[in-house]
Design a protein around this ligand. Structure first.
Ligand SMILES: Cc1cc2nc3c(=O)[nH]c(=O)nc-3n(C[C@H](O)[C@H](O)[C@H](O)COP(=O)(O)O)c2cc1C
Length: 522
């Protein structure tokens, strides 16, 4: 009897062990199958670049992000601690681009009392109704053969094909077309990928004149004419400097000069290509205006310049020379980049220490134009971390006609600010030439995000304008924006930068020049 009981006990212990063993094997198998399923789903889905490039493991990012909102207060840095763009700024772009609700609950998490915070002054009696006030059409280059008109005020800033990947350019081009905005080629010339989406294009002429050059690097008028013959190319931008690397040219190493890049840029395959640190033929205000006139003559299209402002006394000389030659001689637009603008790669001293930031340089440039009566003639395009509605609305208040962004649109493409643009290892496929990483960026899906980001930006800036009581976002003026000071009191932008103030002939009479709307705060 005892033997039977013992046998039964042994067999039930054995059964339990085998049951657990079977369960364990089952769980391992199930986990394996789940991971396999996730792997296949992640690898084949087209919406999320990180999951596509890093299947399964990429999901941890979303889990961490999700848990972050519960644990952040105990463990993590606050929303506004990251640089160059903090999490709150990026989150707004991601939400806008994904088309998810951009409303926020409970109250502002913005440190409203921080020095430099922008506050817009709402009007006591805004227009009845919730409708956003749409922007009116603006014409650039009224004196050239083919002026350009657009009602959109937020566009894509220059990024070369080369600095960003083929699918990134394709997605931008398609998204820009849907949103009705322009895309700037950057200095790397016009590629078939810029064209294929059908959007309006601003062709940038960099110092190496890629795409429109002779072998010695000088401008080739025939090539320039052929680019201009494309209806899609609406304007030409002569790049004098860029915020992240003022006064610095570039070298495109031979190994990056593939047959395709060589053909697009007009250089030799496999040979280093040097961009001079300035246009060799532009060494004075007179030569600058001559070159602008030449490009405009050859292309028949609006022609402007891009620069970051450092020394700014010369702006008076520029405006005086324009007025001496006649108003037609002016650049049709000036794109003003901020010293904290982005780049694929640049030396740290130039990124960190050289040039003025847009907060100071934009009102300064606008003042120079106001004082010399050129404000309407020369359209002002502004860029530099203007990636959310507050930045764009501020720029319109300060006097910009248009705002462009590079990194905002990179975020819309899925950039996670991994800061790898210069290593060719960009995990989201935006700034890399590695095919397996580019695979994550599916142009058709990201085009949708580019479109949504652009239209949400327009809509939300219009919402600010509506609240401020103006009929058009471009009617936002300096008195509509106040900047938080150290004593927790705001100061009006019109008081900080009285319109015309930096260049007023009599500095004690700044209100002799108005920004067109008076300065009465509402
Ligand atoms: C990856 C990358 C490539 C860029 N390439 C160019 C270029 O070819 N030409 C140019 O004028 N600016 C270039 N820029 C600067 C942008 O056009 C823009 O002026 C600057 O980044 C500020 O805008 P953001 O703060 O919205 O990025 C580049 C920026 C980035 C991030």
């Amino acid at each position: 009897m005892q033997q039977i009981v013992n046998a039964l006990q042994v067999s039930s212990v054995t059964d339990v062990v085998s049951l657990f063993a079977a369960l364990f094997v089952f769980l391992i198998g199930a986990a394996f199958l789940t991971i396999l399923a996730f792997y296949v789903i992640d690898r084949t889905q087209t919406k999320h670049a990180i999951r596509r490039n890093y299947p399964v493991i990429g999901r941890l990012r979303y889990v961490a992000e999700d848990l972050g909102k519960y644990f952040r207060q105990y463990f993590f840095a606050d929303d506004r601690a990251e640089l160059p763009f903090n999490r709150a700024q990026r989150a707004w772009v991601y939400r806008a681009a994904k088309g998810v609700d951009t409303t926020v609950p409970f109250g502002s998490t913005r440190a409203l009392a921080h020095v430099g915070t922008k506050i817009f002054v709402n009007c006591p009696f805004p227009q009845l109704g919730d409708e956003d006030v749409p922007a009116k059409e603006v014409t650039v280059g009224p004196y050239c053969k083919t002026p350009y008109a657009t009602d959109k005020f937020f566009h894509i800033s220059g990024m070369s094909y080369g600095a960003i990947s083929k699918p990134a350019v394709q997605a931008l081009s398609r998204g820009a077309k849907r949103a009705g905005i322009w895309m700037n080629t950057g200095e790397g010339a016009l590629s078939p990928f810029h064209i294929e989406g059908g959007c309006d294009i601003v062709f940038q002429i960099g110092t190496a004149k890629y795409g429109v050059r002779n072998d010695d690097g000088s401008l080739n008028d025939d090539k320039l004419r052929r680019v201009a013959e494309r209806d899609q190319v609406k304007m030409f931008e002569i790049k004098l400097s860029q915020g992240a690397k003022p006064g610095k040219g570039g070298i495109l190493p031979g190994e990056k000069v593939s047959k395709e890049i060589a053909q697009i840029r007009g250089i030799k395959v496999g040979k280093d290509s040097i961009s001079p640190n300035r246009h060799p033929e532009i060494n004075s205000i007179g030569q600058l205006l001559d070159f602008i006139a030449h490009v405009r003559e050859v292309t028949g299209k609006p022609t402007g310049i891009k620069m970051v402002l450092g020394a700014y006394g010369w702006l008076s000389g520029l405006c005086e020379e324009i007025n001496r030659r006649g108003i037609e001689s002016a650049p049709d637009f000036i794109t003003l980049d901020s010293a904290d603008g982005g780049t694929g790669a640049a030396p740290q001293p130039l990124i960190d220490y050289v040039g003025l930031q847009i907060q100071e340089s934009l009102p300064t440039l606008v003042d120079a134009l106001l004082v010399h009566g050129l404000r309407d003639r020369i359209k002002v395009i502004s860029s530099g971390k203007l990636t959310t509605p507050s930045g764009v609305a501020w720029a319109l208040c300060a006097g910009a006609d248009f705002v462009t962004s590079a990194r905002g649109f990179m975020f819309a493409l899925g950039c996670i600010q991994a800061l790898q643009c210069n290593t060719n290892e960009c995990p989201s496929g935006v700034a890399t030439h590695k095919k397996h990483l580019q695979r994550g960026l599916v142009a058709t899906d990201k085009a949708e995000r580019v479109y949504r980001y652009a239209i949400t930006m327009h809509k939300e800036v219009c919402t600010v304008a509506h609240s401020c009581g103006v009929d058009d976002p471009r009617m936002l003026k300096r008195h509509h924006c106040r900047i938080m000071g150290a004593n927790s009191r705001t100061i009006g932008l019109h008081e900080m930068y009285p319109p015309g103030g930096s260049f007023a002939p009599a500095r004690d009479k700044p209100d002799t020049i108005t920004d067109g709307a008076g300065v009465a705060a509402q």
